[in-house]
Design a protein around this ligand. Structure first.
Ligand SMILES: [Zn+2]
Length: 281
């Protein structure tokens, strides 16, 4: 496979050729950094785990070179960090039985600006993978690189003809969860099963966790909190939930404004809160 950046790589855990690994994809995740995919797109990993009729492809856009470092990694150079993070991503792909992990090796600055090259590369990947479902960052995330990657993903899919687009595009949780959305607006992924797998997947990112950012515990905790606090009057029917923002309407209408789509969710949440206060006053 040809990639735009010389440092890009593809890892196929079961040894299939990269083109086979891409073309068998049913569930595709496009994330900004190494570790974002198991956090936000675990539903896709789970949908495909242990199956031979569904395959998960994880695409990581940035090179991981600017990441924070501490403890064992405190003296690592940017180049060493980039290598460590790439290896960690491939470890997760092995644990999660991905069809493949692709790392495109862009500097994060490039993902944060409109980039025709990145959009074209993502469009080619989506066209080759022809997935049913695509997971990316949600548009209300508070990390610039995450929102940049979500916007580039959307632009990439919009550049394809309708017949080449996925059935569903979901924006998922990393830096800002989606608990604030009204229940009828939320996409709810029940990820209660294989809690051990969820822990193993995030646990491989030692370079990110060792410095004191307990993404492993926080991610599990967020899913548990969602399950418990999702409904106040019912016993928990799930042990772990992930929320998504449905971005599919932005694929079905190329003129639909991205900012308006998110503002609609915020407006409905505001109305729900105001209505409750008015009703109870
Ligand atoms: Zn990230």
């Amino acid at each position: 496979m040809d990639f735009r950046n010389p440092g890009a790589q593809v890892y196929v855990p079961d040894g299939a050729t990269p083109s086979v690994a891409v073309s068998r994809t049913t569930h595709l995740a496009i994330g900004a950094h190494q570790d974002d995919i198991p956090i936000m797109a675990y539903d896709g990993i789970l949908q495909c785990f242990g199956r031979d009729d569904r395959w998960f492809l994880g695409v990581t856009v940035t090179d991981g070179s600017g990441s924070p470092r501490a403890e064992l990694y405190a003296d690592y150079t940017d180049e060493q960090m980039r290598t460590v993070r790439a290896v960690e991503e491939n470890k997760a792909a092995f644990v999660g039985e991905y069809s493949a992990a692709i790392q495109l090796d862009y500097p994060s600055a490039e993902a944060k600006k409109p980039s025709d090259g990145l959009v074209r590369e993502l469009a080619n990947l989506v066209a080759a993978a022809a997935p049913e479902v695509v997971y990316t960052h949600n548009l209300a995330d508070k990390h610039d690189t995450h929102v940049g990657v979500a916007l580039r993903t959307l632009a990439a899919i919009r550049s394809l003809p309708g017949s080449a687009r996925p059935e569903k595009l979901y924006g998922c949780e990393v830096w800002r969860d989606l608990d604030w959305m009204n229940d009828e607006d939320k996409v709810v992924f029940d990820v209660s099963v294989h809690g051990n797998l969820a822990a193993a997947l995030i646990g491989v990112y030692d370079s990110q966790i060792a410095g004191g950012k307990r993404y492993d515990l926080a991610t599990e905790g967020r899913r548990l909190a969602h399950a418990t606090y999702s409904a106040s009057h019912a016993v928990d029917s799930a042990q772990a939930l992930i929320y998504g923002m449905d971005l599919t309407p932005l694929l079905n209408d190329d003129e639909a404004d991205v900012s308006d789509h998110v503002a609609g969710h915020i407006r409905r949440m505001q109305e729900e809160i105001s209505d409750r206060i008015d009703r109870l006053s």
